[in-house]
Design a binder for this molecule. Structure first.
Ligand code: AMP
Length: 420
C-alpha cells in the first residue's frame, strides 16, 4: 500500500542517482556565466504577490490561474515566485544596483512554482536557470543574451534545437497591432477556446500563443506583428538579426512568438527542442523595457531569458549526451580489530583534511563485509589497517580496479594518495 505521505502532485525528489546530472548541467551553466561575466543573484522564493500581478500581468496565465498565493499571519499577501525576472528587477531597484560596479549582468538558479496541470516537462515546482542584463537598450545586448543561451546549449552538446526570434515592438506599435488582431479574430470568436475569447478582449496578442489546436488553425493567417513595428523597433530588430548572422548563430523569425507575460517589449525569443512533444520550449526570453517602471523604479531597460532544467535533461537524454558521472569516494577505509581503530580514525580525518574523499562504515567489521562494501561504493582504493600493519607502522593500499596492493608507511599514506 502506498504511504499516505507522498511528494505533492507535480513535484518530485531529485535522488542521489540523478542529482549528479543536475550538478553537471549547473556547472556548465556557471561556467558560461563566468565566461560572459554574469554574477549570481539569489532572491527569496516568495515575494509580495503584487510584484507579479503588476509585472507579469493580470491577464497572464500565471497570475490568472497558476500562482501559489498565500496570506501570512499578519494578513500580507505573498506568492511563491512563479518566475525569476520580476524578483531580480525588484532587487535591482531596491538595492540601487545600477550604481554598483559589476551588478548589471546577473544570473540565478532555483525553484519556481506554478499551479498547472502536471505533464511530461511541466511541473508545479520546477527549476530554472536564467540571466538578466539590465540597463541598456543596445541591440548588442539582445544579441549577447541570446548568444549566452546558444553557447550554453551548444556546450552541453545539444543539436536538436532551433532559435526562433521575433520583435513585439513597443507600446507605440502595439496599439495598432492589437486593433488589427481584434478585427481579425472577432469573426472567429465563437470558434476560439474560452481562454482565447477572454484574451481577445483584454490582450489579443495572447491568442497567438495559444496551444489549443483549433485556435492555432485560426491564428495561421493573423496579421503579423512585424508589419506593425515602428521605425525604431524595426531598426533594433534588424540589428539584432545582423549580429546573429555575423556570429553564425542560426535562427528563424517567427512572428507568432509573443511570450506569455505582459512585461515584454521588442525582442522576444525561444529555443525550441525540435523533438520533444508539447512542452518543447527549452528557453524563453525577451526584452522588458517597461518592467522596472511597473515596479516603481525609474526607466530601466533590460533583457533576459529563463530555461527549465527538467526539459534540458529530457532533451539531453533524448540526444544521448553525457550528463557527467556519479562522484565516488577515492578511498574505502577497512579497519580490522579494535586496536587499529583510533589510528584509523585519525588517518581518515587527515585524509579528508587533505581533500581526499573517504568512506568508512562502522557497522561492518569483518574483512569480507568491508571489502564487499568497498567494491559497492566504487572507491578507487581500499586502505586496510589491522593489528599487524599497525605494529609495523604500515598500511595496505589496494587498487580496487586491478587488485594490486602495496604496503605503505603510515606516515606516507596521505602524500601517496594526494599525488594520484
Ligand atoms: P517561462 O517563464 O514561462 O517563459 O518559462 C521559461 C522556461 O522555463 C520554459 O521554456 C521551460 O523550460 C521552463 N518552464 C516553465 N514552466 C515550467 C513548468 N511548469 N515545468 C517545467 N519547466 C517549466
Amino acid at each position: 500500500m502506498a504511504n499516505k505521505y507522498s511528494v505533492p502532485r507535480g513535484t518530485y525528489d531529485i535522488l542521489p542517482d540523478i542529482s549528479y546530472k543536475w550538478q553537471f548541467v549547473i556547472d556548465v551553466f556557471r561556467t558560461v556565466a563566468r565566461e560572459f561575466n554574469y554574477k549570481e543573484i539569489i532572491t527569496p522564493i516568495f515575494e509580495r504577490s503584487d510584484i507579479f500581478e503588476r509585472s507579469v500581468g493580470e491577464t497572464s496565465d500565471i497570475v490568472e490561474k497558476e500562482m501559489y498565493k498565500f496570506e501570512d499571519k499578519k494578513g500580507r499577501i505573498f506568492a511563491l515566485r512563479p518566475e525569476g525576472t520580476a524578483p531580480v528587477v525588484r532587487s535591482f531597484i531596491e538595492n540601487g544596483l545600477s550604481l554598483k560596479p559589476n551588478s548589471s549582468k546577473l544570473y540565478y538558479l532555483g525553484p519556481m512554482f506554478r499551479y498547472d496541470r502536471p505533464q511530461k516537462g511541466r511541473y508545479r515546482q520546477f527549476y530554472q536557470y536564467g540571466i538578466e542584463n539590465i540597463g541598456s537598450t543596445n541591440p548588442y545586448v539582445d544579441f549577447e543574451v541570446i548568444a549566452f543561451a546558444y553557447m550554453f546549449l551548444s556546450k552541453l552538446g545539444l543539436k536538436n534545437f532551433e532559435l526562433q526570434i521575433n520583435s513585439i515592438g513597443c507600446e507605440n506599435c502595439t496599439k495598432d497591432y492589437d486593433r488589427a488582431l481584434k478585427e481579425y479574430f472577432t469573426p472567429f470568436e465563437n470558434d476560439l477556446c474560452s481562454d482565447c475569447r477572454r484574451r481577445l478582449k483584454k490582450n489579443p496578442k495572447r491568442v497567438l500563443d495559444c496551444k489549443v489546436k483549433s485556435c492555432k488553425v485560426i491564428t495561421e493567417d493573423a496579421p503579423s506583428m512585424l508589419d506593425y513595428l515602428d521605425e525604431e523597433c524595426s531598426a533594433h530588430f534588424d540589428q539584432v538579426q545582423e549580429y546573429l548572422k555575423q556570429m553564425d548563430i542560426p535562427f528563424i523569425v517567427n512572428p507568432k512568438i509573443v511570450r506569455g507575460l505582459d512585461y515584454y517589449t521588442q525582442t522576444a525569443f525561444e529555443f525550441i527542442d525540435t523533438t520533444l512533444g508539447a512542452q518543447n520550449t527549452l528557453i524563453g526570453g525577451g526584452r522588458y523595457d517597461k518592467l522596472a517602471e511597473q515596479l516603481g523604479g525609474k526607466n530601466l531597460p533590460g533583457i533576459g531569458f529563463a530555461g527549465g532544467f527538467e526539459r534540458l535533461l529530457l532533451s539531453m537524454e533524448e540526444e544521448k549526451l553525457s550528463l557527467g558521472k556519479p562522484v565516488n569516494p577515492k578511498v574505502y577505509f577497512i579497519v580490522l580489530g579494535d586496536e587499529a581503530r583510533a589510528t584509523a580514525f585519525r588517518l581518515i580525518n587527515n585524509l579528508r583534511l587533505s581533500g581526499i574523499s573517504v568512506e568508512y562504515n562502522s557497522d561492518k567489521t569483518s574483512m569480507n563485509a568491508q571489502m564487499k562494501m568497498a567494491n559497492k561504493t566504487g572507491a578507487e582504493f581500499a586502505l586496510i589497517l589491522g593489528e599487524d600493519e599497525l605494529n609495523k607502522g604500515k598500511i595496505i593500499k589496494k587498487n580496487l580496479a586491478d587488485g594490486e596492493q602495496e604496503n605503505i608507511d603510515l606516515n606516507d599514506i596521505v602524500n601517496s594518495l594526494k599525488s594520484k
